[in-house]
Write a protein that binds this ligand. Structure first.
Ligand code: NAP
Length: 291
């Protein structure tokens, strides 16, 4: 890999969020641009809550190639953009913005990233899957739409705050009625034992609270099931270790993180990254991974 030199022609892409210091996007995106030999640099910007629209005006004036958006601005950004893709509109969140002829166009690559991650890690898509999603936040919505668009049989949604799960189910029912249901704590273990794919989209168990689990320890995971984390730090959560010990096939959130970044880069650069390059990018990122 030849490291790109910064010179007069270097373009800027960036991440807007708050906080952003723990984000791995700069490592990933700068490796992608190096491997693809494109003269770009990627930086994180921590934006104060009342400064988002000013930041966007600044980026417009600077004619940046594009940017990512993360917590807490994935929804708020929408009103500041000129257009958004149909998928981002359906999900109600934008994580990737491209500047095109002076217009800011919003996309969502989380759902595409999850699709590629599932395919890469398990060798199959979602056809016929009975899915249980733990969590009802932004990532849960993108992943639910990913599963539904890719022909899963049905989805159950379980969340600590019942109202949020009900709201997500009601939203999804508008386009996918008959395939989405609310999962209460009373039926959780029954649903787990009848699911083929269980996805933890909550932040319980991530680096800031590694001992937490979004559900109790007496869970009937079993052989033949797939358990997917979208947390990538730590590489194995407490819940993932439990699922593994009961024979479920498990994968973590690393591949989703990589694949959503690849999709964002492809949008900014209007260029497909071929499989051999993705492999090179993946192994370079893993070399710099410290956990
Ligand atoms: P979010 O919108 O803030 O949603 C957080 C979800 O986690 C909510 O459902 C919340 O439940 C639940 N939760 C938080 N703490 C919990 C606890 N102690 N016990 C049970 N449930 C708990 O966040 P998000 O954007 O969806 O992100 C969620 C996680 O996914 C984060 O760890 C994030 O880093 C990760 N993520 C990974 C990728 C990737 O590419 N791999 C992409 C996006 C997100 P309540 O509604 O009850 O609060």
């Amino acid at each position: 890999m030849s490291r790109n030199k910064i010179d007069g022609g270097t373009g800027l892409i960036c991440l807007l969020g708050n906080p952003v210091t723990k984000s791995f996007s700069p490592q990933i995106q700068n490796i992608i641009s190096s491997v693809m030999n494109v003269n770009l640099i990627y930086l994180n910007f921590e934006i104060e809550h009342n400064q988002l629209s000013k930041a966007i005006e600044g980026l417009r004036a600077l004619k940046v190639k594009g940017f990512n958006v993360t917590i807490p601005y994935k929804e708020k950004i929408i009103e500041l953009l000129d257009e958004i893709s149909p998928e981002a509109k359906e999900i109600g969140a934008v994580n990737t913005v491209k500047m095109e002829d002076g217009k800011l166009i919003g996309y969502n690559t989380d759902w595409l990233g999850y699709y590629e991650a599932k395919l890469t890690c398990t060798g199959k898509g979602f056809e016929g899957d009975s899915v249980l999603i733990l969590g009802a936040g932004g990532a849960a919505k993108a992943i639910a739409i990913c599963c539904l668009k890719n022909n899963c049989a049905n989805i159950m949604i379980y969340n600590r705050t019942i109202e949020k799960a009900e709201e997500l189910v009601n939203n999804l029912m508008k386009n996918y009625s008959g395939r989405v249901n609310f999962c209460s704590i009373d039926i959780l273990n029954h649903v787990i034992s009848h699911s083929t794919l269980i996805i933890n989209t909550t932040s319980a168990g991530n680096y800031s609270n590694v001992n937490l689990m979004p559900i109790g320890e007496e869970v009937p995971f079993k052989k033949g099931q797939i358990f997917s984390e979208i947390i990538y730090n730590p590489s194995e959560t407490k819940l993932m270790k439990l699922a593994q010990s009961k024979g479920a096939f498990c994968f973590n959130g690393f591949e989703m993180l990589l694949q959503q970044a690849i999709k964002s880069w492809e949008i900014w650069c209007n260029k497909k990254i071929e499989l051999d390059k993705i492999e090179e990018i993946r192994s370079l990122i893993k070399e710099t991974w410290t956990f």
